[in-house]
Design a protein around this ligand. Structure first.
Ligand code: PMT
Length: 397
């Protein structure tokens, strides 16, 4: 079952060039299992043909208030009743003004008044129009009324200028909708996630690192947040952007990660250690850049603290989830780590398999509990695996 199976989403498309991006929003929502219907303003239909949305949604698209019944008997009421959520994307300045002041002069604005469904708006327009006090005041009115504003982004605009006003990316808009429907099973819980790879300096310009991109851990942080948790994300080196709405702590070395984790440990309900922590660090870090005067260079390494093991030794109420990055005897070694680090469960990934482990967008993992029971999962996106892990965590705390 997909995240949005059984959910009815009504999308109002208003007249902006970004209307074409909403085609992708609709397509993504359909893939997530939602039933989608689209209402367009006349101006929107100048940018994208209603037939485009009709083909993707497999539903008629309504534009006119008095064009006869397209979907149901009393159309604006039927569409208003259909919606579990009403998303307006792109939302023009004109639409925001009408919605804020209760003007109902076309099908879409009439539905806005007639529905009791929660509403989200994703504004998109020229920067000056967005920043105009009238638009800002209208956004405030809507926000105070409980409307979720999916903020416009900064970038190159269709009018040739650069600034704030680009429609939020389709991925982002869909994530907001998924978040809206996600059961808040972690409400009131605080989850600490580590991600990325720690790096250990050799001299001021060189370091020892690993291939972790942070993708796995960042997806876990996002999933925990979607399910209602307060999230602390402690990250080493990563190749992806930090998610919104989490407490984000950036570190470099294993020792810095240890300090950051211990500072939060007492206050959290669960720790998920997906970070690839360097097992060793350079004993004597050179104060100046090392010159390549010799044919060989020997670095003496000393062991880093095992953060997770230390957490296991001082565990009181926290649920501890570790990762095991293995290339052989995956299950056996992972079970060993559960015992050695006093974990509640472990996510074992065979990082030698294609489509698993470091850097890629997918993973192939086994979830193993304290009793040693193994759930082998097929190859899936890191986002999906993150959701499975978070659901397990929610069952256990
Ligand atoms: O970031 P990505 O590119 O998306 O890649 C994801 C990943 C491959 C990094 C991730 O899926 C993963 O396997 N993370 C754990 C990597 C690792 O260090 O595994 P390990 O088997 O060496 O360590 C076991 C556990 O102890 C891990 O939870 C680790 O975070 C922790 N550890 C390890 C060493 C150390 N000094 N302190 C620790 O806390």
């Amino acid at each position: 079952m997909n995240e949005l199976t059984g959910k009815n989403i009504l999308i109002g498309v208003t007249g902006g060039i970004a209307a074409y991006k909403v085609v992708e929003v609709v397509s993504r929502l359909k893939k997530l299992g939602a039933e989608v219907r689209v209402v367009m303003t006349r101006a929107a239909a100048e940018f994208v043909a209603p037939r485009t949305f009709q083909e993707i949604t497999k539903n008629p698209v309504s534009v006119e208030m008095f064009a006869g019944t397209v979907n149901f008997h009393v159309e604006h009421i039927a569409l208003a009743n259909f919606a579990d959520v009403l998303l307006i994307a792109p939302a023009t300045a004109n639409f925001l003004a009408k919605a804020a002041h209760g003007i109902a002069d076309d099908l879409l604005t009439t539905i806005v008044l007639a529905t009791t469904a929660p509403m989200m708006v994703a504004p998109s327009m020229n920067t000056r129009m967005l920043e105009h006090p009238a638009t800002q005041a209208n956004l405030k009115i809507l926000e105070n009324r409980g409307v979720k504003i999916i903020d416009a982004e900064i970038g190159l605009l269709a009018c040739g200028t650069s600034g704030k006003g680009r429609l939020s990316e389709p991925e982002n808009i869909c994530a907001e909708i998924v978040k809206f429907f996600a059961p808040k099973i972690l409400e009131g819980k605080k989850i600490l996630v580590t991600a990325g790879g720690t790096i250990e300096p050799i001299d001021p310009v060189r370091f020892i690192g690993n291939r972790s991109s942070g993708k796995m851990g960042y997806e876990i942080a996002k999933a925990a947040q979607i399910y209602g948790a307060e999230v602390i994300l402690i990250s080493g080196n990563a190749a992806v952007d930090a998610p919104d709405n989490v407490k984000f702590v950036k570190v470099e070395t294993a020792e810095q990660m240890r300090a950051a984790v211990l500072a939060e440990y007492e206050t959290v309900d669960a720790v998920i250690m997906s970070a690839a922590v360097s097992d060793y660090r350079v004993k004597n870090v050179a104060a100046q850049k090392i010159k390549k005067s010799n044919e060989t260079l020997t670095l003496e390494l000393v062991k880093n603290p095992d953060i997770l093991k230390e957490l296991g030794q001082h565990k009181s109420h926290q649920l501890l989830v570790g990762f095991a990055a293995e290339t052989e005897n995956v299950i056996e070694y992972a079970r060993g780590k559960i015992a050695e680090k006093n974990l509640d469960f472990i996510v074992a990934n065979d990082v030698s398999q294609e489509g698993a482990g470091f850097s890629v967008d997918t993973n192939i993992a086994s979830l193993i509990n304290r009793a040693g029971d193994v759930e082998n999962l097929p190859k899936m996106s890191k986002a999906e695996l993150a959701e499975r892990i978070i659901r397990r965590v929610a069952e256990s705390i």
